[in-house]
Design a protein. Structure first.
Length: 68
């Protein structure tokens, strides 16, 4: 489970970082394509965070049920 947490953290950090970079490029240039890319990567970052949270919650539920 620790490896999964690290992998999801790296994915979240990369997609969030790319989103911030794309947003910075949009602010600097004003090209709407970069805003579209920033939003896309932000959505992927949130999806990764929510997926990690869901797996963590259900993993805890299953662990509790098995060790009751």
């Amino acid at each position: 489970m620790i490896a999964f947490r690290w992998v999801m953290g790296v994915i979240f950090a990369l997609t969030g970082g790319v989103s911030l970079l794309c947003f910075g490029i949009f602010i600097a240039t004003g090209i709407d394509l970069w805003l579209h890319r920033a939003r896309k990567f932000r959505r992927w970052a949130f999806a990764a965070a929510l997926f990690w949270f869901n797996v963590w919650i259900w993993g805890t539920v299953i662990w509790t049920l098995l060790h009751w």
